[in-house]
Design a protein around this ligand. Structure first.
Ligand code: NAP
Length: 462
């Protein structure tokens, strides 16, 4: 009898790697992990989401690479769940599976004009400048002089900062070459960050805000009365506000008091404002916005309520950055509202079957809890899932190898002619990109097409 548990992990972002690391930490269980990833490259949003000028954050890849060195680990890149392998395959080949596929879609504003050319999701723009193969052909009209970024979370600040940076600042990063060229020719003058609530409710972190004070050729502005807080917000600031919120208010105050130097670009923080319509003939030309006031909601928090104060501004580009959203996976339950797979502590449950728990299917990361938290948040999240899985194995008296037919997945992939990429293959690609980067004084030069990635791997293996 095979005493080694075989676990499939779908998705190679932080949650998938933290779950794998936790599985390998178990001393009393012998566990093998096969990780499947639809791109030839691992690390999910660490490669395709974290901003190219945030290389320190990307250093978590070293931790994930160490986990991948475990002899009980195999990586199958360029294998898409729902195209190359399916839920039934995973159930047949593995004792259990952890889906850690993240939240690849975005949320819509639901206002007229949102589909005009020039109105984009932050998700698309972020994936484009990070060289994600699915987005490398996207076009953004950077001949515009005004861009509006809707939402004031950390992703919105990433978008605004990348738009505001000079070609020299961007050239030090691993931003995709085509994005470097396009942004280098950008005519943008004013970038507006639009928050529907006040500065106290902003979702960005102080470290991200502070970076705007250090931009080479862009200054940052906070509208005149923005920091005159309403009574409720002022009370919150004095009593319940956390350190990050207090720090944000201090930084915004410093920004307001700073001298202006007439730099090439300006980044404006606009609070208590919501877009109501985006308009233009064939492309975005104008944005219509309404002023909000804060009102107490049933749960005690302060929400935005539209006033009758409407304003209109010229706009060539609009980015909605109001949160990511999960996508359903074939043969798995899905909660459309939250964009997550319904689960109890990471164990998948079936709402259409009386919330029955599935003993061999688990979730970790954003597809489990929704798109919140920093990279490290996924560690505790994945640990919870792994422990739930092991407890279930014990409680249900499940035995390794008895829950599936237990064949190896490789013959199936070969029969289906899937050109999968191993971790050793990825390391060849990694070396290729970093060597190209070294020649230009950059962390790496990214390959952005799957065909090119596979071709480099084939060449290096010959
Ligand atoms: P987020 O932090 O949830 O921020 C979403 C923003 O969109 C909020 O300002 C929210 O305002 C606003 N919003 C939501 N619905 C809206 C609507 N209908 N109209 C106007 N505004 C709306 O999401 P995110 O920025 O996508 O970031 C996702 C996660 O990744 C976060 O946990 C973030 O901290 C993390 N992240 C971290 C870093 C970093 O650490 N450097 C970088 C990028 C991302 P309300 O508050 O009013 O809802």
């Amino acid at each position: 009898m095979n005493q080694c548990w075989k676990i499939a992990v779908i998705g190679s972002g932080p949650a998938g790697f933290y779950a794998t690391g936790e599985l390998f930490r178990q001393k009393s269980w012998e566990i093998r992990v096969d990780m499947f990833e639809r791109l030839p490259t691992p690390f999910g949003l660490v490669r395709g989401g974290v901003a190219p000028d945030h290389q320190k954050i990307k250093s978590v890849q070293k931790i994930y690479s160490r986990i991948a060195e475990n002899e009980k680990f195999r990586f199958f890149g360029n294998v898409e769940f729902g195209r190359d392998i399916f839920q039934a395959d995973v159930m047949e080949h593995y004792d259990a599976v952890i889906y850690s596929v993240g939240s690849p879609a975005d949320r819509a504003l639901g206002i007229p004009g949102e589909d005009l050319f020039g109105s984009h999701s932050a998700t698309e723009f972020v994936a484009w400048y990070n060289g994600h193969p699915d987005f490398c052909d996207y076009k953004f009209d950077l001949s515009a002089s005004n861009a509006f970024v809707i939402g004031i979370g950390n992703v919105a600040l990433d978008v605004a900062r990348i738009l505001a940076k000079t070609p020299e600042e961007l050239a030090e990063t691993d931003i995709a070459d085509y994005a470097l060229e396009a942004l280098g020719a950008s005519q943008l003058k004013d970038i507006w960050l639009v928050g529907r609530r006040g500065p106290l409710q902003a979702a960005f972190s102080p470290a991200e805000l502070r970076e705007f004070m250090e931009l080479a050729d862009a200054e940052v502005l906070v509208e005149e009365h923005a920091l005159e807080l309403d009574t409720e917000s002022q009370q919150l600031l004095e009593t319940e506000a956390d350190n990050d919120t207090k720090k944000n208010i201090q930084l915004l105050t410093q920004i307001q008091e700073r001298e202006l130097f007439g730099k090439k670009r300006r980044v404006h923080f606009l609070f208590l404002t919501s877009p109501v319509e985006i308009s233009g003939k064939d492309k975005v030309e104008k944005i219509c916005m309404v002023r909000n006031q804060l009102v107490k909601r049933e749960d005690g928090s302060l929400g935005p309520e539209a006033t009758d104060e409407i304003s209109e501004a010229e706009a060539g580009l609009v980015f909605r950055s109001i949160g990511y959203h999960g996508k359903p996976l074939p043969d798995l339950p899905f909660d459309k509202k939250t964009g997550t797979i319904p689960n109890e502590c990471g164990q998948v449950k079936d709402p259409e079957n009386g919330n029955k728990l599935r003993n061999r299917e688990y979730v970790a990361g954003w597809i489990k809890r929704g798109p919140s938290g920093v990279i490290g948040t996924n560690k505790q999240d994945a640990v919870e899932t792994v422990h739930r899985m092991l407890e279930t194995f014990l409680n249900e008296k499940m035995e390794a190898g008895k829950n599936c037919n237990n064949p190896d997945i490789v013959p199936l992939l070969e029969n289906r002619k899937v050109e999968y990429v191993s971790f050793a293959d990825w390391k060849l690609l990694d070396a290729h990109e970093t060597e190209a980067g070294q020649k230009q004084g950059r962390p790496r030069v990214k390959l952005t097409s799957i065909a090119e990635m596979l071709s480099v791997i084939r060449q290096k293996n010959n």
